[in-house]
Design a protein around this ligand. Structure first.
Ligand SMILES: [Zn+2]
Length: 56
């Protein structure tokens, strides 16, 4: 697998804007912003988390 095809991104809670998760995404397969439902410790519930800054 080509190492350059995946990038590390931070996932931010849509409700409280807390940066809760770090994940990787395949920029070849996914277009646009990645949105996933995850548990937010700050909100204490499942919220939508949106891709934010890209990490190296
Ligand atoms: Zn939250």
């Amino acid at each position: 697998m080509a190492k350059g095809s995946r990038e590390v991104v931070a996932m931010k809670c849509r409700d409280c804007k807390a940066q809760n998760y770090i994940t990787t995404r395949n920029k070849v397969n996914i277009e646009g912003k990645l949105v996933v439902k995850k548990y937010c410790r700050n909100c204490r519930k499942i919220t939508e988390h949106k891709e934010t800054i890209k990490l190296k």
